[in-house]
Design a protein around this ligand. Structure first.
Ligand code: B16
Ligand code: MG
Length: 212
């Protein structure tokens, strides 16, 4: 039925979402901005600068563009330090086995992530070179919910969007898939918004979905 599966990275293949939270929390605390897990959920799949704008909704001062860039870079430094804790052990057995089984079925596998750190994360997980294509924050102009990141992934794979299935944990990502004319499966926090083609209770549910 599908020829390729395009995976979001944070919240799907791995759980760097908690590191994003910790890093933003540090910046928010420094600035005296209220920030919690619920606000953090709104940052899923959203680019770094757009994430900071959401955090700044609770900031009652004014901030120049230079200062915004400074704090966003500071967050990224903290985040990158936290990413160093990751190792191939952070890749679950279930994800590893499911990816291998999908590949055996002849499906192409790609990453479609908003993150500019996607390459580094994949390296930490021992997945460098594993995917047939990587589309991430470094090759896009518009971030999710714009479909660009997934359309580029399909293009890198030489597949039509309609033959690709997207797997996402974020509302912005599911909307991006829909806007790109792709079916999508929601996992984790993504299940709460009810816009996906499929709801995945577990990552391995993908095996049944691709069977059709
Ligand atoms: P970076 P995904 C997204 O990754 C994260 O969900 C989102 O919280 C983050 O702001 C965004 O990447 C940008 O990440 O600061 O590393 O460039 O879920 O699209 O894989
Ligand atoms: Mg995500």
């Amino acid at each position: 039925k599908y020829k390729a599966v395009i995976f979001d990275l944070d919240g799907v293949i791995c759980h760097t979402d908690r590191y994003h939270y910790q890093a933003w929390k540090q910046v928010a605390d420094d600035l005296g901005i209220y920030f919690d897990e619920e606000i953090n959920n709104r940052l899923r799949g959203v680019s770094r600068m757009e994430s900071f704008e959401i955090i700044l909704e609770n900031y009652y001062g004014s901030m120049s563009q230079e200062e915004k860039t400074f704090y966003a870079e500071k967050k990224n430094e903290v985040y990158k330090e936290l990413l160093k804790h990751m190792s191939p052990k952070d890749l679950s057995q279930e994800v590893k086995e499911t990816l291998a089984a999908l590949r055996l079925k002849g499906l192409k596998l790609a990453i479609g992530s908003s993150s500019k750190n996607a390459g580094f994360i994949l390296e930490r997980l021992g997945l460098s070179g594993y995917f047939d294509a990587i589309s991430d924050g470094n090759n896009i102009t518009y971030s999710k919910p714009d479909p660009e990141v997934f359309l580029k992934a399909a293009q890198f794979l030489s597949e039509a969007p309609i033959d690709c299935l997207v797997v996402e944990d974020a509302k912005a990502g599911l909307e991006a898939a829909k806007a790109g004319n792709m079916d999508c499966g929601a996992i984790g926090d993504g299940k709460t918004c009810n816009i996906a083609t499929y709801q995945l209770d577990r990552f391995s549910d993908l095996l049944e979905i691709v069977e059709g």
